[in-house]
Structure formats: structure tokens, C-alpha cells
Design a protein around this ligand. Structure first.
Ligand code: AMP
Length: 112
């Protein structure tokens, strides 16, 4: 399967790594939409948050255990936003589950 984020996890495509453990890989977004913009992806290929279920929810739980560590590493002591886009209406451009971590300034109250 040709997946951009699987290639980044494997190291076939370079990235600015922020964090890695058994379950997930985090790296800086190539086109940041905030002063700090990081992506957290599962090492297991999961196409989007719309297919989270009993068979893969442990991976998702591990990502959410990692996120506070990643946020600390990124210096986001004042808060941040987590976003996951799903499908066409959600404007998901990469079909590998990922959580955007956005911060480094007071973010817009408008989310849509
Ligand atoms: P989404 O639109 O929610 O699917 O998010 C995909 C994100 O991946 C976008 O914010 C892109 O800027 C980001 N992106 C695409 N290619 C790369 C790359 N090679 N390295 C880092 N981030 C990337």
C-alpha cells in the first residue's frame, strides 16, 4: 500500500521527529497552521478515526497517553488543540489516522 505516513514512519521519507514509541510517531507538519503544528500517527495503518473500534482502540488510547508528553516536549504548557480530519467533508488529505496538535498562540474560537 502506498501511504505517505507509513513511508514517514519507516524513514523512507524524511520528517522532523518529535516523539516515537512502540505505538506512535510524532513529527512536525510540513505546512504549519500555527506556531506549533505537530502530527501524531499510529505506527499501525488505520485509515481514519471513522474506523476506530475494539480491534484498534488500544493503539488510539496509547496515542492519547503519548500526547501530553509530546505537548510538554513542544512547550505547550498554556494549552493546545487536537484535531483529526475525517473523509472529504472533514478535509482529510492523508488517509492514515493522524491527530494534529496545534498551539503556540491563542487559537481561534472558530473551529469550522
Ligand atoms: P489532513 O489534511 O488532516 O489529512 O492533514 C494532513 C497533514 O499532513 C497536512 O497538515 C499536511 O501539511 C501534512 N503533511 C503532508 N505531507 C507531509 C510531510 N511530508 N511531512 C509532514 N507533514 C506533511
Amino acid at each position: 500500500m502506498n501511504c505517505l505516513f507509513c513511508s514517514i514512519i519507516k524513514g523512507d521519507i524524511p520528517s522532523n521527529k518529535v516523539y516515537e514509541d512502540e505505538w506512535c510517531y510524532a513529527f512536525l507538519d510540513i505546512a504549519p497552521q500555527a506556531p506549533v503544528h505537530c502530527l501524531v500517527v499510529p505506527k499501525e495503518h488505520i485509515s481514519s478515526a471513522d474506523v476506530i473500534g475494539a480491534d484498534n482502540s488500544q493503539t488510539v488510547a496509547k496515542i492519547f497517553e503519548a500526547i501530553p508528553k509530546i505537548a510538554k516536549e513542544l512547550g505547550l504548557a498554556n494549552g493546545y488543540r487536537i484535531v483529526s480530519n475525517i473523509g472529504d467533508d472533514g478535509c482529510q488529505s492523508v488517509k492514515h489516522l493522524h491527530f494534529h496538535i496545534l498551539g503556540g498562540k491563542k487559537l481561534s474560537e472558530n473551529m469550522a
